[in-house]
Design a protein. Structure first.
Ligand code: NCD
Length: 361
């Protein structure tokens, strides 16, 4: 468990100089529960197991009307602002749905051009305004580190409220990583869980924030090998490799995606993140980094294919009906794990577990 440090006790200039591991304790509550959810590094194994178990309980409770009615009473007194100034379908809708499951009333700003930012108001003032009306801010921005900076800023006002990072620039997407972990855990439930598995990442690893966050969360599991398959110009950042190396975690960097498929327990495909512009490097054939119907033949019988979505051509639709394709399950898992995260943030997790023990076992 991480031992909380107070964001009120450190200046922003000093906070910025800390490593990710040093920053993590500033985002948790004294109980170890997350307060702000900013980065993958703030989750340890204990919390990941807790969130996965809670997501399953919420999912099972939610199967009956009585259970759904119960869940919707839990946070009826709370309101959430979904501030998404970058395109989003799934993340937005799953947070929206997670809020509704718990009875939270969600509101949204998705276009800064129709908020007072268009009149020149700073993003900081915009966030502070949200905190005057809401009890939680869930935000997605193209700016790396912005969620982190706003978490520090809002904690240093007289109305601190939790901030959840729903994607920050090319850097972090911690809640996508949580749903990926939940999907991996469910997929490998009968095979000893995530420990001792090999995860093969493929695609735009240089700018894919989901890969960067998931690589961090996987570090909490025992003997999980990470393989990064991408053309040179899209290969994973050295900062991630340095972190794996320092933690003694086995990894491999390769341009040979197809050759690695038979070794993988999970294949994590990503799209080209070309909204960030062009990359320079030796030319490559995009189709060398696509997963096709033919590749199903060499994938392990119990291997799984994942994708954070949206996809383009990286996974051919012929794979969609194969039982090993779990990307649509990931989407729904996102709603349950986000509900679990929000319930834990507001300390209603133990109560849900008690209800589950009484009514659902
Ligand atoms: C991802 C993102 O926004 O980083 N989408 C998502 O949240 N599921 C992946 C992507 O856009 O490629």
């Amino acid at each position: 468990m991480l031992h909380r440090k107070m964001l009120q006790e450190i200046a922003w200039a000093d906070f910025q100089k800390l490593s990710l591991a040093e920053k993590a304790p500033y985002f948790v509550q004294s109980s170890g529960r997350p307060y702000h959810c900013v980065m993958a590094q703030q989750f340890d194994r204990e919390m990941l197991d807790h969130l996965c178990d809670l997501a399953t309980r919420i999912r099972r409770i939610g199967k009956s009307k009585q259970g759904m009615d119960y869940l919707s009473t839990l946070l009826k007194n709370k309101r959430a602002m979904l501030y998404f100034t970058q395109p989003s379908t799934r993340t937005f809708l799953s947070f929206y749905s997670a809020c509704q499951i718990l009875g939270i009333r969600p509101a949204e700003v998705r276009d800064p051009d129709i908020s007072s930012e268009a009149k020149g108001e700073t993003k900081e003032d915009t966030i502070r305004t949200f905190s005057s009306f809401f009890d939680l801010i869930i935000m997605r921005t193209p700016m790396q580190g912005f969620a982190e900076e706003m978490a520090w800023m809002i904690s240093n006002t007289d109305r601190p409220i939790p901030i959840i990072n729903a994607g920050s620039g090319k850097d972090q997407h911690p809640t996508q990583a949580l749903l990926d972990i939940y999907t991996l855990a469910r997929s490998f439930e009968k095979r000893g869980g995530i420990d001792n598995k090999t995860v093969l990442f493929c695609g735009d690893l240089a700018r894919g924030r989901t890969v960067r966050s998931l690589s961090g969360l996987l570090m909490n599991y025992t003997n999980v090998r990470q393989i990064f398959a991408a053309p040179e110009c899209l290969q994973i950042g050295q900062d991630i490799l340095d972190r794996l190396k320092a933690a003694g975690i086995e990894y491999e960097v390769t341009t040979d995606f197809k050759g690695k498929i038979p070794e993988a327990d999970a294949i994590y495909m990503t799209r080209l993140q070309d909204e960030w512009g062009d990359v320079s490097g030796p030319p490559y054939k995009p189709e060398d980094y696509f997963f096709t119907g033919d590749d199903l033949k060499v994938l392990k019988r119990e291997g799984i294919i994942m994708h954070p979505l949206p996809r383009r051509k990286e996974i051919s639709t012929e794979c969609d009906n194969d039982s090993r394709a779990v990307y649509w399950r990931q989407v729904r898992n996102g709603m349950w794990i986000r509900a679990a995260l929000i319930a834990t943030t507001f300390c209603r997790d133990d109560e849900i577990t008690q209800y589950y023990m009484l009514n659902n076992r």
